[in-house]
Design a protein around this ligand. Structure first.
Ligand SMILES: *Cc1c(COP(=O)(O)O)cnc(C)c1O
Length: 430
């Protein structure tokens, strides 16, 4: 039976369901698989749809925990949107963009959130238990979690975001009415929101709510993030590929590393970061330290202390990590210039996060440090960042129908003072 261990104590092992529902191990470590099951050779290469591939590839991980019929239904329901692999051409020959932004909230976070929500609901129903997911958010995670968990059995969602400090598109995505989801605009900063969430988790008065988190440290978000690496190789018909991953907390990259450890033919990974460059410096062999985050145009990657670093370091020895991964740090100027250049040369409109990846690939190819085929993971739809896109390429990105439709939907949001007491009153009315 596949077990999961803590990164801090290999003797602490639990089942997948425990790791998923606990989130963090009791010793403060993160859960990683005690062993990585090999990919079922052939089968994933022959899968016709993404959902078929998801079932085939997840089965060895979950066969002891989720019955076959449920896993088929769950993967079909979670992965019901297209995942195109787009060759760029025009000076970018051999570079393919894997578009991970066709889910309901237009970022790759939909993969993890949708699968995790359905897996949690599955185990909670079997145990006849309820949970309340409490999230502080300033970006893509909140909307993916709200949408992914909405209407799932036995789960309520509470979102906190800093009032007036998220973009109009982001706010819309957070506050449209969804079954089982409540959104609160906090009169304060993102740090206030996070502080309130942390305090709520340890508050004895709230114990009865079964509070849980859905952030990127949960193993339930990592497993689904392996799948699109397989899909890219399958779609491209590659013998072997290099993957470039626009990174922040390194959860996306950790998904790729799990696929590689399971036997996916990966020539190497490029971890593309913005000015928050801890990991590229670590890979270059520097004595790198975590640092406070700095703000950039690719704000979903503004992470000074990547939470999944502990996981990568626990799964792969440093020498092997450095041999197989290389890093790059890309400035805002280079990000904008790359968006313009790719648009001029190919007509492709990239969002700022994807552009960090494209800039890294260009630089490393010129230095002869990566070979084609290269797959750049595109983590967000350009329509999420209309102002930056217009500034870079001079045209506004097209708005997909599901984003435009948000402005027709009812909204539901209340304002909250930035204190634990205010949050408690909202969660458990006196
Ligand atoms: C979250 C996010 C990232 C960073 O992913 P990690 O798993 O934290 O490394 C990159 N781009 C976008 C658009 C994101 O939302």
């Amino acid at each position: 039976m596949l077990r999961y261990r803590s990164t801090r104590d290999a003797r602490h092992e639990v089942s997948f369901a425990e790791a998923l529902l606990q989130g963090l191990a009791p010793d403060g470590g993160l859960y990683v698989p005690a062993s990585v099951p090999p990919l079922p050779e052939c089968a994933w290469r022959e899968a016709r749809t993404f959902a078929d591939l998801a079932f085939v590839a997840l089965e060895p991980w979950l066969e002891d925990d989720v019955d076959t019929e449920s896993l088929v239904a769950l993967t079909a329901d979670a992965f019901s949107f297209p995942v195109p692999l787009v060759p760029l051409g025009g000076g970018w020959d051999g570079v393919h963009v894997l578009e991970l932004f066709h889910g309901p909230t237009l970022s790759f976070k939909d993969f993890g959130a949708r699968a995790m929500a359905r897996l949690m609901a599955y185990f909670l129903e079997a145990r006849d238990e309820r949970l309340t997911i409490l999230v502080a958010t300033s970006g893509d995670t909140g909307s993916a979690v709200a949408d992914g968990f909405a209407g799932q059995a036995n789960i309520d969602v509470v979102l906190l975001y800093p009032k007036g400090q998220v973009s109009p598109v982001q706010e819309r995505q957070l506050i449209v009415g969804r079954p089982g989801v409540r959104a609160f605009a906090v009169d304060g900063t993102f740090d206030d929101c996070q502080r309130m969430v942390k305090a709520a988790f340890v508050d004895p008065d709230l114990r009865g709510l079964g509070l849980s988190s859905a952030n990127s440290i949960n193993i339930g978000r990592l497993l689904p993030q392996m799948l699109y690496y397989l899909w890219a190789v399958r779609r491209g018909g590659f013998d072997e590929a290099t993957f470039c991953v626009p990174s922040g907390n390194l959860g996306n990259l950790t998904g790729g590393v799990l696929a590689w450890l399971g036997g996916l033919p990966v020539r190497g990974f490029v971890a593309a970061h913005n000015a928050n460059d801890f990991f590229p410096r670590y890979l270059a062999g520097d004595d790198a330290r975590f640092a406070p985050s700095v703000q950039t145009l690719s704000n979903a990657m503004d992470v000074g202390a990547p939470s999944n670093f502990e996981r990568l370091a626990s799964l792969v020895a440093p020498e092997r990590l450095r041999a197989h991964l290389q890093g790059a740090s890309v400035s805002d100027d280079e990000t904008l210039a790359t968006m313009r250049r790719v648009y001029d040369e190919t007509g492709y409109v990239a969002d700022p996060h994807t552009a960090v990846g494209l800039a890294a690939v260009r630089r490393l190819r010129e230095a002869g440090r990566v070979e084609a085929p290269v797959v750049v993971l595109s983590t967000a739809h350009p329509a999420k960042f209309p102002d930056i896109v217009e500034r870079a390429v001079g045209v506004e990105p097209e708005t997909p129908a599901r984003l435009a439709a948000l402005w027709q939907r009812e909204t539901a949001v209340s304002t909250l003072a930035p204190t634990l007491d205010a949050l408690k009153d909202a969660l458990v009315p006196a």
